[in-house]
Ligand binder design. Structure first.
Ligand code: ATP
Length: 381
């Protein structure tokens, strides 16, 4: 096993800067997920680690070694691709061992032992004689994983390995990848555009945008404390609500003024922006509670993720709003509400009869509010 360290890594393709001077470490044994929208540079970063792209600037270290100038085969890595990259004319077993049987560093018995072990781990013992055309997508992906495992590399590099599978199989393979990592403990860098995959698989998650790292944190920290607006909107489904507001000092607590409501934000820091500065108020759909207009919400806001900002259980409001549309999701009912010109989502209990046209009063969990600078998008609170 080994750590991976990227220092000031940059990759340009003509006038496109795919990776823009990033510093990143995957710790020994860590499952590090790189997530971001299409084109943000995550595959290029992974390919630089693999040696499939040579960086324009910066260094790649694997373990104690600077591998920046090394060819892919010189690096102690195994890569798993989205399209499996299996040889169609070879059996699963040959695909898994290709290149190894002619190498002098492995005995035939050792290779056989590794194949048997990987096949057992992945549940593909019965498929080893089949060619890829006789395997399902999920089975092909297992063979591709098997090929990575038998090499017993210091590092696994995975580029959207589950993207070609159907939704159900993807969830199943996700769990298997977690189990596999638990078992092998191999340092893994895993690239995906799917934030659910990132949150469920990653020990830590790297959020990228425009070739730059936006935040590196545990999944829960990313969710609870996004460092900017991009991360806040990218992580979480349904996405965090964002409303433009003005900040004011208030008599005791800072105040957020929206065209349709004014609420206090207890604990918000005393910043210059409080002097009438424009900002963006963010709150997650589950951090609001809803009641008929003129009444108070019964019960407190769902207390799911209260961690760092004190446990005052303070709420703030009221926000008078109108329900525009409802979406029953089974375990919750998503209400699209309007206040002034802004629409936002509120997650409520199902089977409450809440419906479009309802005049409602919202209360927000004061400890779960976020404020972002309108210009830079950086988190103020
Ligand atoms: P996706 O999820 O769509 O694969 P990504 O985040 O992995 O996206 P990259 O594939 O790393 O993004 O691409 C980053 C940027 O670099 C994009 O603008 C892409 O068009 C560009 N790019 C990538 N490879 C090349 C190349 N070989 N030649 C020119 N431009 C490239």
């Amino acid at each position: 096993m080994a750590s991976i360290e990227l220092t000031d890594l940059t990759k340009r393709f003509d006038d496109v800067t795919a990776v823009d001077g990033i510093d990143l470490e995957a710790r020994d044994g860590e499952f590090l997920v790189v997530v971001g929208p299409s084109g943000c540079g995550k595959s290029t970063t992974l390919r630089c680690i693999a040696g499939l792209e040579s960086p324009t600037a910066g260094t790649v270290r694997i373990g104690d070694e600077d591998v920046t100038a090394q060819e892919p085969h010189e690096r102690d890595i195994a890569m798993v691709f989205q399209n499996y990259a299996l040889y169609p004319h070879m059996t699963a077993e040959r695909n898994m061992t290709f290149g190894m049987r002619s190498a002098t560093d492995f005995s035939s018995a050792e290779i056989d032992r590794r194949v048997a072990q990987a096949a057992a781990t992945l549940g593909i013992d019965d498929l080893l004689d089949r060619k890829p055309s006789a395997l399902s997508g999920g089975e092909q992906q297992r063979v591709a994983l098997g090929r990575a495992i038998v090499r017993d590399p210091a590092v696994f590099l995975m580029d959207e390995p589950l993207s070609n599978l159907d939704a159900k199989l993807r969830v199943q393979m996700r769990t298997e990848l977690s189990r596999l990592h638990e078992e092998l403990g191999t340092t893994t860098v895993y690239v995906t555009h799917d934030q659910t995959e990132a949150m469920t698989l990653g020990d830590r998650v790297v959020v990228m945008n425009d070739g730059r790292i936006q935040q590196v944190d545990t999944p829960q920290e990313l969710y609870d404390y996004p460092s900017n607006r991009f991360v806040a909107e990218f992580i979480g489904d349904p996405a965090m609500n964002m409303l433009e507001v003005t900040l004011e000092a208030g008599s005791s607590d800072p105040i957020v003024r929206h065209e349709a409501f004014t609420i206090e934000v207890p604990n918000a820091p005393e910043t210059e922006a409080l002097d009438g500065g424009r900002a963006v108020l963010g709150f997650r759909p589950e951090d609001a509670s809803i009641a008929d207009r003129g009444t108070s919400p019964t019960g407190s806001v769902p207390d799911r993720r209260r961690t760092g900002r004190g446990d005052s259980e303070r709420t703030t409001g009221p926000i008078e709003a109108t329900v525009q549309v409802t979406e029953p999701l089974g375990d919750t009912l998503l209400c699209y509400c309007r206040a002034g010109d802004d629409e936002f989502k509120v997650q409520t209990a199902p089977r409450t009869g809440r419906a479009a046209g309802d005049a409602v009063t919202l209360t927000l969990d004061a400890d779960r509010l976020h404020l972002f600078d309108l210009e830079t998008g950086e988190a103020i609170y």
